[in-house]
Design a binder for this molecule. Sequence first.
Ligand code: KG4
Ligand code: ZN
Length: 335
Amino acid sequence: MRVLGIETSCDETGVAVYDTELGLRAHALHTQAALHQDYGGVVPELASRDHILRLLPLVDEVLAQARLTRRDLDGVAYTEGPGLIGALLTGATLAKTLAWALAIPALGVHHLEGHLLAPLLEEPAPAFPFLALIVSGGHSLLMDVAGVGRYALLGDTLDDAAGEAFDKTAKLLGLGYPGGPALARLAESGDSASFRFARPLTDRPTLDFSFSGLKTQVLLAVQRNGPERHADIAAGFQAAVVDTLVWKCLRALDESGRERLVVAGGVGANLQLRERLREGTARRGASVHFPRPAFCTDNGAMIALAGALRLAAGEREDASIHAAPRRELASLTPP
Ligand code: KG4
Ligand code: ZN
C-alpha cells in the first residue's frame, strides 16, 4: 500500500510517500524557521499561510522523486493533532480533498504517534515491545509501547517540555529561534562541569519530567555572569537535561524489563543525549534506536509511516476533516 503523508502541525511542512512493501519512497520538507525568526517563536497565522503556499508543490516534488503519480497512491495520512489549529487544518483539508478526488481513504494521525514510530523508518527497525522517550518542543514523555496503538504512559511533562527548556534557555543566552540546535552547538565549546545545575525530580521515584526550575537557575547564572561564560552555562544546562533524561530512561528500562528503547522528537537529535543513551543501554545489554536526525524533528515520513500501518490494517474514518489541537497519546487504540 502506497501512502502519502502530510505533516503541518507547527512550523514545518513535511510530505512523504511510504510503501508498506518497499519502505520510504520519498520525502521533502520545508522549514519555516526563517519566517518566524524575527518573532522569537512561531506565529500561528503566518505558519498556516505558509503551509498553504508550500503544500501542493511539495506533494508534486515528492511524487516526482518517487516516480509516481497521484493515481498510484492508495491512501493519504495527515497529522490530526496535537498542534496549531490553523496549521493542522491546512494539511487535513488537502489530505481529505486529495483522497476524495482520488477515491482513496484518508486517515488522521496523532503527531506523537508519528514521532514514536519514526525509529521504524531505520534499519534495523526495533521490534515491539519497547519503551519510547518522546522529547519534542511540546512534550517530554516516557511510554511503554506494546504495538501500534498500544501505549501506556509512564512519565509525563509537568511543566516545560525538554525542547521548550532548550528553546527558552537559548533565548536567555541570546541565541536565535529555534534554540535547541544553536544551544547544543554553543555547549560544545563550554565546560559542563563549571556550572552544576539541578537534575530535576531525579531524587524521587517518579518518571515525570519538570524543567521549569532549571530555567530559573540558568536565568540567575546568566544575570550573575558575563557573556564570556555563556558557553559554559549552555554546557551545564545541556548536561543537566541529558542526565535527567538518561536517568529516567534507564530506570524505566530496569523497572519494566523491556530490552529496547526508542528515542524520538526534536531533542532526540541531540548528540550528547544519543551518546549517553548508547553507553547506558549497552551497559544493561539493552539497545537504543534513534531515527536519523532529520526524522527526529517534524517530518512527513513519520506521518506517512504511521498512517500506512493503520490504513493497511484496515482502519478508516469518516469523510469529515479532523483537526484536534489537543489529544492524548495514551487514548489511542490499535488499528
Ligand atoms: O519534534 P519537534 O521538531 O517539534 C515538536 O513537535 O515540538 O521538536 C522541536 C524541538 C525544539 O524545541 C528544538 O529546539 C529541539 O526540538 N531540538 C533540539 C535539537 N534539535 C532540535 N534540542 C536539543 N538539541 C538538538 N540538537
Ligand atoms: Zn513534533
